[in-house]
Design a protein around this ligand. Sequence first.
Ligand code: ZN
Length: 496
Amino acid sequence: MSEKNCQFQIPRCYDSHAHIHGTGVFLEGLDLTKLRSLKDIRSLSIEKKYFKGDWLVGFGWNQFNWNDEEQSHEETLNNKNYWPNRLDLDRYFPDFPVAFTRIDGHSLWVNTIGLRVLGLLPEIETGNNSIKNEKKKISDINSLDIIFRDERGVPTGILQETAKIAADFFIPDFTREQKKLQMEAALDYFYKRGFTHLREMTGNREVVEVSQEILKNRIHRQYIEFNLVCENVEDLKRVKEDLRYLRSFLSKDIPIRILGVKIFLDGSLGSEGAFLSQNYSNSNLSESGKGVLLWGEQDFKKVVEEVWQEGYEVAVHAIGDEAAHLATLWCYDINEKNKINGRFNLEHAQVLRKDTIEVLKKLNSVCHMQPCHYLSDHSWLFDKLGVLSPYAFQWNQILTNGISLQFGSDSPIESPSVIKNMFALVKAHEAGIKLPPVESSNKLSIQVKIFEFCESFSFEKEWLKFHSHPDPTWGGECTTDFICNQTEKISIRRNL
Ligand SMILES: [Zn+2]
């Protein structure tokens, strides 16, 4: 196909799994993705807007991108096992609490003052008396899996999964004004990338309220769906109240929908927190395990049942094969018992077994996948998965079995880009992962040379439909044009 013909449209261009507010926090916040060594921390310029109360927060570090000769002044670890520690942060930030989130969103790196404020270090002389009066909300979370400790049992400064969530809760929130600026920045960012339709995975009442204010006065029309996070079974009452409140609060002429409730059932593969049916092979951690399951069956079923009874959807973060399997089985049980046929959204579904797909077929289910994860994960993924490798990225099997599939970015973990997802499908195929099936009558291959990857690739136009919002009545007038021009870049034009 010649370049001048290389133009195509996506109706209702949709990112089906995004952390919109999280993206805004990232855009307006302290960017740690560019760190190439621990010493780079020194050159970060710290602005007032990065603070939550007196805590400095930042996002996006990835120790695998660092090449430090001296990796830690506490102990020298080999690169494979390397995690940074609190002392690395204390060098640059000795005076106020610091909490930096890893690129996958599942690990938190905290300095010594931060750990004291959280109640995770004993009260010793700090020269800062105000710390002694802090409540110690998270000191009862002592699982060795999720708080890294040295050989004396002292926390090293890395918190994962439930410990990270507890710490995030403890740290003061952004102000409403900060949140509004973050959401505005995020909506502009998605819009520039062609997305007119967005599905927020980590919504809450205040972010929905702020979004309504923004969309009221916005020139560019964007359609946002929200899922509210339910942290645990005790949180259910609050979530149900928020759902009811938002249902009555939202004005009809603002393009916002409240979909339902999001549950995090496991962690990420990068942190070896995704829950697998087999032990991680070639583990980065000292003891390999199967990952973590963050909910028990009873609590999970109670939440899903009550949410479905209220007429809302459930979205379950399940990356490991066993987490996906259990979520699917539990939802199937609730359905059999109550005949509600509630919508079950399986998020990520990065490792999916055949027996799980068989049960998914019987449910009102949608899989939300982010092919772009393949590009970031493939260098270590199959090492970690071992015998489970053949079950990674099963978009072909999901579709072949008639299950609905939507593509998204998981922004800010990956950058939101339709082209990047298409590129990932092609790259995964080269590594032996089957492509989504395409009906031969609709087959139209598009050749794209993309600056970002400095590579030409061709993809099937059919695959673009996984980036269209499935409901034509929801912003049906929106179309995004993708035009490949002479300078090897993709430009985007929107017809609204
Ligand atoms: Zn996500």
